[in-house]
Ligand binder design. Structure first.
Ligand SMILES: O=C(O)CCC(=O)C(=O)O
Ligand SMILES: [Fe+2]
Length: 299
C-alpha cells in the first residue's frame, strides 16, 4: 500500500480507508461489526503485523511526527479501525494528527497526557469534556517490553448503590478539558460542559468522567463532589489491567469503559513502550456538525 499511495499521509488516506478496508478478511470485518452491534466494552485483536525493522521508540509524539516512524503500523491500525468507526482528530491535540503516538516524552513524565510515565494516567473517558468525544479509542501496541498495563473499568462491573447512581445520573457535573487540550491553542476551561456522569440504557450503562477533570458544576454541591469520590472508590475496586503485547490492538468503547495506564520508568533509549492511537466516531456527521465543515478535525 505504501507503494500504491506513495507518500503516507493518514489525513489524506483516511477518506479512502473504509473502502480499502472492505478487502480485509471477512472474519476481521465480522469481529468489528459484532463489537459495534454488541457494544463490547473491551476487545483485543492479536497477532497484527509488525515491521521486523521497527524504528526505535520516539521520545514523544512530536519526534514521531518529525521522523515519520511506524508508518506501516499506522496503516494496519487505520484499516482495522475504519471497519469499526470513522477516524477523526482534535486540532489542538498532537497538532491535529489523525494517528497519534503514545510514548513517554521528556518533561511530560508527570503530566496528565499520553506522554506521561512516572505518574499514572488516571482513569478517564477519552476527551470527556466534549460532546463530540469518540465512541471508541483504538490503541495498537508496537512495543511494551516492561509489560506496562493499560487500566480499564467497565461500567458493567460497577456495582453502584441506587442512591449513588441517582446522583451520578443528574446533570450536576462539569466536564473540563484535560491537559492535552488546554494551552495556547486549546479549549479554554470555560468550555466545560455540564452533564451527567452516568446515562444510557439501565442494563448497559454509559459513563462520562475524567477523574482529573470532572467536578461538581456547583462548588457548593457537596453531594455531587462526594459522589465523584465514591465513584472513584468503586472504580478502583472494579479496575482491571490489560497488558498489551506487540501486535495487539485494543478497542475500548469510550461510553462503556474508562481507561488509564500504570506508571513506569522511561529510559528514552528507543526501547520504551510505544502505542499508536486513533479516535473513532460512529457517525462523522457529529464531527461535521461540531466543526460546521466537512473536516475530520475538531478545532
Ligand atoms: O497508554 C495507555 O495504555 C493508555 C493511554 C491512554 O489513555 C490514551 O492514549 O488514550
Ligand atoms: Fe486515554
Amino acid at each position: 500500500m505504501l507503494e500504491e499511495y506513495g507518500h503516507w499521509d493518514p489525513g489524506h488516506f483516511v477518506t479512502h480507508a473504509k473502502t480499502v478496508a472492505e478487502s480485509l478478511p471477512i472474519r476481521v470485518r465480522q469481529f468489528f461489526r459484532r463489537i459495534q452491534t454488541d457494544e463490547t466494552d473491551v476487545a483485543v485483536l492479536s497477532g497484527l503485523p509488525l515491521s521486523n525493522d521497527l524504528e526505535p521508540t520516539p521520545t514523544g509524539w512530536d519526534m514521531a511526527q518529525k521522523n515519520g516512524v511506524g508508518h506501516r503500523e499506522e496503516i494496519v491500525l487505520m484499516l482495522c479501525s475504519a471497519v469499526l468507526g470513522e477516524p477523526f482528530a482534535w486540532g489542538n491535540q498532537q497538532s491535529g494528527r489523525i494517528m497519534h503516538d503514545v510514548c513517554p516524552a521528556p518533561g511530560k513524565e508527570r503530566s496528565e497526557t499520553s506522554g506521561s510515565s512516572t505518574a499514572p494516567l488516571s482513569l478517564h473517558t477519552e476527551d470527556a469534556f466534549h460532546h463530540c468525544r469518540c465512541d471508541h479509542v483504538a490503541l495498537y501496541c508496537l512495543r511494551n517490553q516492561d509489560r506496562i498495563g493499560t487500566t480499564v473499568v467497565r461500567a458493567d462491573r460497577l456495582d453502584l448503590p441506587e442512591r449513588l447512581s441517582g446522583i451520578l445520573s443528574e446533570k450536576r457535573f462539569h466536564h473540563r478539558p484535560d491537559q492535552s487540550h488546554v494551552g495556547p491553542h486549546g479549549h479554554s476551561s470555560g468550555a466545560a460542559e455540564v452533564d451527567a456522569i452516568l446515562f444510557g440504557p439501565p442494563e448497559a450503562r454509559y459513563l462520562r468522567i475524567d477523574f482529573d477533570d470532572t467536578c461538581a458544576a456547583d462548588e457548593d454541591d457537596h453531594a455531587a463532589t462526594e459522589a465523584i469520590a465514591e465513584l472513584y472508590r468503586y472504580a478502583c475496586t472494579a479496575q482491571e489491567k490489560v497488558v498489551l503485547e506487540p501486535g495487539d490492538a485494543i478497542f475500548l468503547d469510550n461510553y462503556r469503559v474508562v481507561h488509564g495506564r500504570d506508571p513506569f520508568q522511561p529510559r528514552y533509549d528507543g526501547t520504551d513502550r510505544w502505542l499508536k492511537r486513533v479516535n473513532l466516531i460512529r457517525d462523522l456527521r457529529r464531527v461535521f456538525m461540531a466543526t460546521e465543515t466537512r473536516s475530520r478535525i475538531v478545532v
